[in-house]
Design a protein around this ligand. Structure first.
Ligand SMILES: Cc1cc2nc3c(=O)[nH]c(=O)nc-3n(C[C@H](O)[C@H](O)[C@H](O)COP(=O)(O)O)c2cc1C
Ligand SMILES: [Mn+2]
Length: 483
């Protein structure tokens, strides 16, 4: 597992998965345009290191997670499903049948206790401490022409609940207003916004620390839809198989990742709001300008020669597709703890995570597909699912073509569509009102007599085994003759 982003970059370089851009390109649109162009190439293109961004001595790294092989490498697996299997094992302790059996569980318990973060004294991220540092020292990108300004797009925003002290880490973009202030775009449903809500009720300032370029596992974890109140650092411990090292920040009472490249320390005042946006978003459209809290910088700490890690969001597919794919795989076994009848789920790239959610189930009783829709709309960030398509377990939801075919043939829209209203993603500009709107479920399972379908359900086409075997043999001849 990689202790920091620079060792990850070095490994990508060794594997020839890194392209170094020697040209001096501008952080104003040019670097972002390259990142977008590369992300649109088959498989997501190489990772990028802009060695000489115009106006800065700090290199810019991007698209580090932007392919299946790189997100796997970042998380230390060869296939994302390995993570799912690990999480399954960790969360399903075997049932001990006696004392000797119980003893075997000890390694599991110590594994769990080994996952909590530990505090260190000396940290690379504090090699340089700048009390009067400013954001103008960083090559922060303006990514799309109508953007309200430059945005920090891949920050790890760390806060503590002012009452309980519980920590949260979330990736929320930060629009640069000037060298000491930015926007703080934590949307109302997110962990950081909840801490700010508590701070405002108490009439208190909320201290904030922002890590840029933390190690690959932790960078992913800040984007993960962890249930509220569960520490992202614990997930980082599980996935990274080691305790995350933290160091006390200099001007705020928050521990920050010791191996990050850069840390911004500061606070958000109660009651303060400022226009944020527009911003070319991962919807592929500009998110409209709106009022958001404001981050005030008190101190910058950094390594001696830091790399500025960023990402560009835009029309899918982009790098965040692969971060989302990791969440899809990692959270499936956890969702199955409450909904074991879910067989698989898939978020197509065009659906930008929650606009289209495809779920296969082991259907057990009438109305089961609708139960799954309701459960998803009540479960963490799955509440944002705008269109949920539920199919039977024999349908492969990873195959979007197959799901479209099955939905087209299995659905009577007058019977099989469920429409509800509730909270929707803050980025949904089509909704009835900001963050409030409609959601649709499509029951594309086979309908049962107990659901009122009393005619015969047609059988799926499949030839006989012997005919299929002959066909395979002929197909082999065909493929050989064409070589
Ligand atoms: C590149 C990227 C940018 C993101 N920007 C934002 C953002 O500006 N605001 C926001 O609320 N969520 C944003 N997200 C999504 C959150 O990081 C995600 O919902 C995360 O689970 C939030 O963590 P939390 O539940 O601890 O709040 C972004 C995700 C990615 C991958
Ligand atoms: Mn969280």
């Amino acid at each position: 597992m990689f202790p920091d982003i620079t060792s990850f970059i070095a490994e990508l370089d060794r594997r020839k998965e890194l392209f170094r851009v020697a040209d001096s390109l501008s952080p104003d649109l040019e670097i972002a345009a390259v990142i977008d162009r590369v992300s649109k190439s088959p498989g997501g293109g190489p990772a990028l290191l802009f060695e000489h961004p115009a106006g800065s001595t700090m290199p810019v790294a991007a698209n580090l997670f932007g392919s299946m092989s790189r997100i796997c490498l970042a998380l230390g697996v060869t296939k994302l499903d390995e993570l799912a299997a690990e999480i399954e094992e960790l969360t399903t302790p075997p049932q001990p049948r006696g004392f000797m059996d119980a003893l075997k569980l000890m390694p599991l318990v110590s594994r769990l206790s080994d996952l909590m973060p530990k505090t260190v004294k000396d940290a690379p991220v504090q090699e340089v401490v700048k009390m009067d540092g400013g954001l103008d020292e960083l090559p922060i990108l303006k990514t799309w022409p109508d953007d309200g300004g430059p945005f920090i797009t891949l920050p790890l925003v760390i806060t503590k609940d002012p009452e309980s002290g519980m920590r949260n880490i979330g990736t929320y973009r930060m629009q640069v207003y000037d060298r000491r202030t930015t926007g703080m775009h934590w949307q109302r449903h997110k962990g950081g916004a909840q801490h700010h809500r508590v701070a405002e009720r108490l009439g208190k300032r909320l201290e904030v620390a922002v890590a840029l370029g933390a190690d690959p596992v932790l960078t992913y974890c800040a984007t993960a839809p962890m249930p509220e109140g569960l520490d992202e650092l614990m997930l980082a411990g599980v996935l990274g198989k080691r305790r995350v090292e933290l160091v006390k920040a200099r001007t705020v009472d928050i521990e920050v990742p010791a191996n990050a490249q850069i840390v911004l320390e500061g606070y958000v005042e109660p009651g303060e709001r400022r226009r944020e946006g527009p911003f070319g978003d991962h919807t592929g459209f500009y998110s409209l300008a709106a009022d958001y809290p404001v981050f005030h910088l008190t101190c910058i700490t950094m390594r001696k020669n830091p790399v500025y890690l960023t990402t560009v969001v835009g029309i899918p597919p982009m790098e965040d597709l692969y971060l989302g794919k990791a969440s899809e795989r990692i959270f499936l076994p956890l969702i199955r703890k409450t909904l074991p009848e879910i067989v698989d789920m898939h978020f197509p790239a065009a659906g930008i995570f929650h606009n289209i959610v495809l779920i296969s189930i082991d259907k057990r009783y009438p109305g089961h597909a609708r139960k799954i829709m309701s459960a998803c709309w009540g479960l963490g960030q799955l509440m944002f699912s705008k269109c949920i398509v539920v199919v039977d377990k024999d349908v492969n939801v990873q195959d979007e073509h197959e799901v479209a075919w099955i939905a087209g043939t299995h659905v009577d829209p007058s019977r099989d569509i469920e429409i509800v209203k509730g909270p929707v993603d803050d980025l949904d500009e089509a909704a009835i009102a900001p963050a409030f709107g409609g959601k649709m479920g499509i029951d594309a399972t086979r309908k049962w007599p107990s659901e009122g379908f009393t005619r015969e359900w047609p059988k799926r086409l499949r030839t006989s085994d012997s005919a299929a075997a002959k066909a395979e043999r002929v197909w082999e001849q065909i493929t050989k003759s064409s070589r």
